[in-house]
Each structure stands twice: as structure tokens, then as C-alpha cells.
Design a protein around this ligand. Structure first.
Ligand SMILES: [Zn+2]
Length: 224
């Protein structure tokens, strides 16, 4: 299937789960504002869709023998299950636990029960749901390499970092980022569009007040 068609179908499927929302006003985890939002918790709520997306990722890597599918995080592991189920090598599914290193960097640890499955003979396929900075994927690559294994590929539903490069084949169903704005330069705040409170992060500071309407800044939308 042509890459652009595949991307359109995948984005449509993700949108149908409610995980991809456009034409609204969101605050993302960095505190910046955006018109679009991808809510990773909702990406895997429809098992039939998740299985379908997992099959596409598995088909992409079908020619590579895979011993383990490795992920971290509940959403990524749910997708990882679907990829592992659909891959012709019938790999095992392992998940690592996320934490922070001394410098605040993302680190992952493999539960010791899984250690025998990731060894110098292992070919690993890493699965991520939404790739934003790539820090989790890089931590998973380090984990595989530390165990002496080999990463045969990285599969992701949505890559928000289109310029990202890895040393092994990387496949994302959708590769798209969207513009974000600082609070002071946000065109939606400027128009007084209320921040969507159902998605995104609501941090302390309210959006900036609209000029010429003192005391009547954009309100947060009430929950439906
Ligand atoms: Zn704004």
C-alpha cells in the first residue's frame, strides 16, 4: 500500500478512537498550546483497531526474524501484544519498567523474570505507541544492547518527531507533528478560545487574558 494512503487510513483509525483531536485549543505536557492533540491513553481503547494497527506494524517487519517484542508503558505494551501476535516469528512479548536516571534521563529496567528471554542471541523489535522525543525508545535500545541482543527494528503508531533518526529500521504508521505555541504567542488565546479541559495538561497558570476584556479571560471549558 502506498505510504501516504496507509498514513491517511491509520490517522483515520486513530481519530475514530478519539485519541486524535483537531480544531480545538489544548495545553500539552510541555505547557505549550496547540490546535491538535494526540491522547496516548485513548489510542489503544478499541481492541479491533489496535489489532489492525498491530498487524500493519508486524507486516512491515515480517521479513525480519524477531525473538522478542519489547516495549515500555501500558499503551505501547498493548500495541506490542498485537504486533507480537501478528508477527510470523511468534516472538515473546516483554515489557520494561520506566524510570529516571541520575541526570533525569529516561531509563528502563527489565523485570528479572524476563531477563532470560533477552540475551546475546535475541533479535528484538521495539514498539512504541506515540513517539514524542524518542527517549523511551533510546532507553530500550540501550537495554537490548546491554544484554548483548540486537534491535531489528522500531515500530510506532505515531511519530511526532519526523526528523528523528535511529541506527536501525524505523517505521511509524503516522509521522506528523503539529505546531505548538507559547502561551504569549498563541493565536487561540488571542481569540479567546477556551482551553479544552478534557485533553491535555491543565497546569496552574490560566491562559493569558484577552486584550480589551479585563477580568474576562478565556475560561476553561466545563466537562461535558
Ligand atoms: Zn492558547
Amino acid at each position: 500500500m502506498e505510504a501516504e494512503v496507509l498514513k491517511r487510513i491509520s490517522r483515520g483509525i486513530i481519530m475514530r478512537t478519539g485519541a486524535y483531536v483537531t480544531n480545538d485549543h489544548f495545553m500539552i505536557s510541555s505547557g505549550r498550546h496547540a490546535r491538535e492533540y494526540v491522547e496516548k491513553r485513548l489510542v489503544t481503547t478499541e481492541p479491533a483497531f489496535t489489532e489492525g494497527l498491530g498487524e500493519i506494524v508486524a507486516a512491515h517487519f515480517a521479513a525480519s526474524p524477531v525473538d522478542v517484542v519489547l516495549s515500555s508503558g501500558i499503551g505501547a505494551t498493548t500495541l506490542g501484544h498485537c504486533v507480537a501476535r501478528a508477527h510470523p516469528s511468534r516472538p515473546k512479548l516483554l515489557y520494561a519498567v520506566k524510570g529516571k536516571g541520575k541526570e533525569g534521563e529516561t531509563e528502563v529496567t527489565l523485570p528479572r523474570e524476563f531477563l532470560p528471554f533477552l540475551n546475546p542471541r535475541s533479535s528484538a523489535l521495539i514498539i512504541e505507541d506515540i513517539l514524542t522525543t524518542g527517549s523511551t525508545v533510546r532507553a530500550l535500545i540501550r537495554l537490548v544492547e546491554k544484554r548483548g541482543g540486537r534491535v531489528v527494528g522500531i515500530g510506532s503508531l505515531w511519530n511526532r518527531h519526523p526528523g528523528i533518526k535511529f541506527s536501525c529500521p524505523f517505521f511509524a504508521l503516522v509521522s506528523q507533528n503539529f505546531p505548538t505555541y507559547s502561551r504569549d504567542a498563541c493565536p487561540l488565546c488571542e481569540k479567546g478560545v477556551p482551553i479544552n479541559t478534557e485533553y491535555g495538561v491543565i497546569v496552574g497558570a490560566p491562559p493569558r487574558r484577552v486584550r480589551g476584556a479585563p477580568g474576562k479571560g478565556p475560561r476553561s471549558r466545563a466537562r461535558r
